[in-house]
Design a protein. Sequence first.
Lengths: 477, 491
Amino acid sequence: MSAPLFAVVGHPNKGKSCLVATLAHDDSVAIGPQPGTTRSADRFPMRLDGELLYTLVDTPGFQRARRVLHWLRERADARGASAADRAALVAEFIATEGHAEQFPDECALLSPIAEGAGILYVVDGAVPYSSEYEAEMEILRWTGRPSIAIVNPIRETTHVAEWQAALSQYFRVVRVVNAIDADAATQRELLLAFAELDDGWREPLRRAVRALEIDREGRLRRASRRVAELVAASLALSVEKRVGPSEDPRRFEGELREEYQGRLRQLESRARRSVQEIYDHRTLVSHEDGVDLLESDLFSEESWLVFGLKRRDLVAAGAASGAAAGGAVDIALGGASLFAVTAVSAAVGGVLGWLGADRLEKLRVVNQPLGGRALRCGPASNPNFPFVLFGRARYHHARVATRSHARRDALHLDAAAGARLELTAGDRSALGKAFATLRRTEEGDERRSEAVDATARAIEAVFRSDDVAPPPRAEPV
Amino acid sequence: MQETAIASPKAPSVSDLLGVALALDDDELRDPAALRARDRALGRAFEDARVRDPARQLVAWLQARGDSATATAGRVRGALRGLAGLLTLAGFVLGWGAALGVLAFETGSGRINVVLVLALLVAVPVVMLALSVLAALPMAGASRIPGVELLVGGLRWLSTGRIAMRLVPAAQRDALAAFWGRGVGHGRLYGTAQKWLLLAVSQAAALAFGVGAVVGTLGLVVFTDLAFGWSTTLEIASADFHRVVWWLARPWSALWVDAVPTAELVEATRFFRVDPTVPEAIDPGFYGRWWPFVLAAIGTYAVFPRALWAGFCVWRLHRSVRVALFQTPGVGELLDRMQSPLIEMGQEGAGLAAEADEPGAVDWASERRPPGCIISWAESADAASVSRIFGAETPAPLRAGGNSSLDDDRAAIAAAATASGDVAVVVRGYEPPVAELLDFFRDLRTSLGDGRGIDVVPLGAAETDLRVWAGALARGGDPWLRAVRPPDGSS
């Protein structure tokens, strides 16, 4: 048995391409207000590891339905054809010479149906029902193919009930689905409804639904990991300015803060794009304010010495040198001094090392200072900082993960809405522990990878609960 | 992509770490859909071949690419093998030479000083081993001890591995430089792997040195006549020295009794610089009896711990490479692509491009001319609506479109042709203008002839709908066809 084929048909501008974009997760499907945006029957096969499970066909809208129906009826009357001959007459219509030029849209939309496609007839539940549609529905009935009607309330639901009543005269199954708003669960339910049209379609469509469920879990996992990596990188982020011993590093505070915020924005921006790509929103543009740094004092100041030396290293080196010199004297005395010379020399060497650090700062080699002061901005130590970052990422994820691929508007993220998202006590505790572990590990440390994994798992738990009960939407549909 | 020996990919090495990182960099420029398809195909091949270890899957993935990243990894592998081989050979030769040198150094008495042999061929390697272990300390913990960070940094800088890099031919050095450059750029990510790589290479050389010393010593024992004694400036009694060597010989005392110096041997073989002559009462064969102890000491203290340490360094190297591999950016996504079933749902083929969105260009007429004839398309308006729109004196509308037949359309056109004045066609503005309606306008124009106006009144239309109607009517090219804004309240 060949894989199920579904032709999405209907009047122009009723959301057929929106529905296809949503079901095929394809944000490149041409959607526009002009009727006739879809000019050919475009196929959207769903393959699982190369195996075809089903195909959706996006078709142009009916443009000359009455003429086509008139042709069919004329032929049927002339031949005395019965209902059993109707499907053949439709095939004959498509094959008739000249019809491809005279009725290009009808030939394009009827061809897959003649191949055996199931029919998904899409109407707009926001406008009143009219008899203008009856010629289309009659033609579809003549094909004899199993069919399901989709009432797609494009702007409002005022006339949905009216449509349901009218469509039930022609279709066994009528569903109300907003193609723009349809989330992953609704999409899977729709596929399962398609599966009921034909016994032979159940198995591949159920496999398709199961594969989509597993795939969604995988995307959730990847998105969680990406957000965990964002938090880890942000917690470790710092920028430093080194100046010579005679300069005041504090005058670079403004510049450093700006650089820090810029780098943080960059990290967030990359993470946003990654999450959007994970959910196949490759052309989506999102707008969001920069993160609010919670603490006014991110700065710390310290000395620096060349080669990463620390003052204590010079003390140790001085003490070791002193001890070696003193030790030689003690050995020469045959131990009579009870190694007192060693001890004194070590102490003197240590003090000289301490004092030497200051002198080293002031020296210059090739006009470069060997030491000075450094001002560092970050890492952010406020315990709420990772929660703020996570809250923003969570809000973005919730918007993106549930966004239909039929939408073409930009995504505006309300920072306040993100801040209002609640966490259960268990989730907050798990995240708190994970964030604390992240702070304690460094990149390259074996424990770092484990810490990021633990953070990703805690984040995934929150994302899963959001998937079941999405947070409230902030922007208009 | 090459056919690959998927059945038995090896554990990842340092060169694979670099290769995978370079390959992932290349992949950033590729189409994501193509990447998913390629990597999933490989992932399924690995499943079929029962390659379950993700690290080995990454190695096999790299080999399967067969591109520049694989080639670079190969060059690095070759360079590292060459480097390790070179150092091992050098170590062996140096160890052999050191043994020859030390055992050939007679102090004028014709005897080889065991103390000197122990110092140079046992103590020095033990100290070097201790320093090597110190250099391997994790900096995070060691840096808390003052001075250790400085010392460890210096030791690492002086590592024989690092120094020997300068001996590698230019082509391989470039490949290694790519690895090192990456290490510098991702210091913390690759730092641990680099550290253990240097240590592993260094220890291979040091172990070879020890083995060379053993082989050299053994060779001299077999092919020459060695006479040992012991001598020191320090004031130490023979009994004390015997105690020292007895403790040194403890590890092998049960296994090799002859390698444990007796008190008699120690007493008999002491010599002094001032009087180097051999007492006649001593059996000359005595002086040869130190060789088992010397050999066992070198083997036990210079070679065996070094072998253990070298093995540990190699094990840590493999482990750190594995950790760095999984921490390499992009590896997680790669494994996910390989292991997750591939779902493809995009459009097949290019399809016809959508036409450009044309803004409404029609000059909307707000003044409605009294029509001589009104046509209601698809039951869009009844007599009452028409009266409201055009005034009480307007005729009842003719019907066309919708539930009307094609004959009804033709009748409406014929009636409009016989009427005088302009024709108004009332349509549902919220429905798009389909080709059937535009055909009707053409047929109507043909019937009316030039000059008579056709007013199109789209009822119930939103602003966006009105623009769509404007564009469609403009494309018809009829200069006497105009769109009329519906009266307020009918939109």
